[in-house]
Design a protein around this ligand. Sequence first.
Ligand SMILES: [Mg+2]
Length: 190
Amino acid sequence: MRRAIFLDRDGTINEDLHYLHEAEKVILCPEAGKGLRLLADAGYELIVITNQSGVGRGYFPIEDVYQVNRRLDELLEEVGVHILKYYIAPESPDEPSLGRKPLPGFVYQARDEFELDLNRSFFIGDKRSDLETGWNAGLQGGVLVRTGKGSVEEKKYPELRQKAYICDNLREAAEYILQEEKGRERKEKK
Ligand SMILES: [Mg+2]
């Protein structure tokens, strides 16, 4: 079975411009390309799960979300990274949704679609709700990056320290996950 890294989009892979919806404004977060490349090279599938309540709130159409994703794909392609699939929750927070984080619906959907081993998969995000999504789905672990809203969330929810690994960017997140994987393999060999 395949292992996956579930990723938040805004503030984790690309800079979080408030309700980003213009493709030409997409900028990668520092070290994001490097981190994703490390994970891809280690055999992880990369899957994005993104809440886009701007659609449900009527701020922009879903097509804008697709265009931003396509632009992100172009930028990541330049560093040899491919996102397997984007799962989008377009609802506003007061609407019912199967996949709006922290609900784990999209993680389960991806598991079934791509035969993923959730026990050996991780969630990386810049918000508590990203990590909760991973915990709700029973993933191996979660990483909070201090890009985007991450440093604010770290101060706001000090308890995150106990349950999540916290680091500056996606490259550090990738290095942590690869270490964890090595440690786990060592234990399994014993
Ligand atoms: Mg985010």
